[in-house]
Write a protein that binds this ligand. Structure first.
Ligand code: NAD
Length: 349
């Protein structure tokens, strides 16, 4: 049973449309989409922050203050959250299995980002603080079978998280919970299960399975190789959440007082086998490819799914974009990125 933190006694203030919202990691996939989402909702003062130079951000949104700051440095965090009513921390050094299994130190070092961000937000008097955790925080012993039992929130303890990345998430969650318990900063924590969609990494080594498979299918079509390589034996299972569901979920979770300091799954509960993912991408591309499997490639846990009982109970909502529909949008977006790159234009990578 996870430790139960005190509930809010008074309603927690939220940002009004003209209050400042600070979003960290905004040069990347999810936070970039979150900036666009809040802008679309009519928020007039958004500060977007990332370590990368603004010219390398996956997307930028007009009328937003864009700052290039390294948030592993305490002083940068103070600057980032100055005057903010709400703070969203999605900055982390991360990627798909190919990255997190080989860059454990980099993943662990993201602890510096949340440690300084949550302290800075508290000092600045922010009213709500969101932290992006991950399903990699769950006990890996429960994920050894592709026909998984979906993971519920209490499955994080006793702890046996994914080495490196998962432990960083678990400890950062604890920081957030204690800032609420001891210092009264209202923190909100979502455990994302694989997120995919437009403006996500699709090439270069940090990309996740849906983007990687879409790209490989398109490369096979273009090169007429008729073949595709797959990491692992293809029987690994995962659930994948479409980006629009993810940003909506972040908003709902951060503005639900009952969820203060309470980690919650934010993921789809549609379990997909990697082999099926390949079949869907082939169907979208209109090809059938010869599959070769690489059992020595990074493949992560055997199976993982999101148990959505809790989110349905508290929010009366869950991510619901069917995987096939989201994959089609992602496939088409990657095709436009590949075409842009071939034409010598700058792309997301
Ligand atoms: P991403 O890599 O696209 O974006 C993260 C951004 O953080 C990058 O733009 C990076 O430059 C920035 N960053 C890294 N170190 C920084 C630093 N020191 N200072 C400032 N910025 C820094 O990743 P994403 O997919 O958008 O993930 C966002 C968050 O969600 C991360 O915390 C990640 O761990 C979590 N998450 C993502 C997924 C997923 O499937 N994408 C799943 C579970 C959890």
């Amino acid at each position: 049973m996870e430790y139960q933190f005190p509930k809010a006694k008074e309603p927690i203030p939220s940002a009004g449309k003209d209050d400042l919202i600070a979003i960290a990691g905004a040069g990347g996939f999810i936070a970039g989409n979150l900036v666009a989402y809040f802008k679309g909702k009519g928020f007039t003062r958004i500060r977007a922050i990332d370590k990368k130079p603004v010219s390398e951000w996956y997307q930028t949104v007009g009328g937003v203050e864009n700052l290039c700051l390294d948030l592993s440095i305490e002083e940068s965090c103070r600057r980032a959250v100055e005057g903010a009513t709400e703070v969203y921390n999605l900055a982390a050094d991360m990627g798909g299995m190919g990255f997190i299994e080989t860059h454990r130190v980099d993943c662990l070092r993201s602890i510096l980002i949340n440690t300084h961000m949550v302290e800075a937000a508290w000092r600045a008097g922010a009213k709500r603080y969101f932290y992006s955790s991950s399903a990699c925080a769950y006990n890996t012993d429960l994920q050894k079978d592709p026909r998984v039992r979906a993971l519920k929130e209490s499955d994080a303890y006793p702890a046996m998280a994914e080495r490196g990345y998962g432990w960083e998430k678990l400890v950062s969650e604890m920081f957030c919970q204690e800032y609420w318990a001891e210092r009264g900063l209202a923190t909100f924590i979502a455990r994302f299960h694989n997120v995919y969609g437009p403006f996500g990494t699709w090439v270069g080594g940090r990309e996740k399975a849906p983007a990687a498979i879409c790209r490989k299918v398109q490369e096979a079509i273009d090169s007429k190789s008729g073949a595709i390589d797959i990491w692992g034996d293809g029987t690994q299972t995962r659930s994948f959440m479409y980006i629009d569901d993810c940003v909506q979920g972040i908003d709902k979770i951060t503005h639900c007082d009952a969820l203060v300091a309470t980690p919650i799954n934010l993921g789809s509960s549609e379990l997909i086998e990697i082999n099926h993912l390949v079949s869907l991408a082939e169907e979208i591309g209109g090809v059938k490819l010869k599959r070769s499997y690489d059992p020595s490639a990074p493949k992560g846990v055997a199976g993982r799914n999101s148990d959505n009982t809790f989110i349905k109970q508290v929010l009366k909502w869950e991510p619901s974009t069917p995987f096939k529909a989201g994959l089609k949008k992602t496939y088409d977006w990657i095709a436009t990125q590949r075409a842009a790159r071939a034409a010598g234009r700058r792309v997301v990578d």
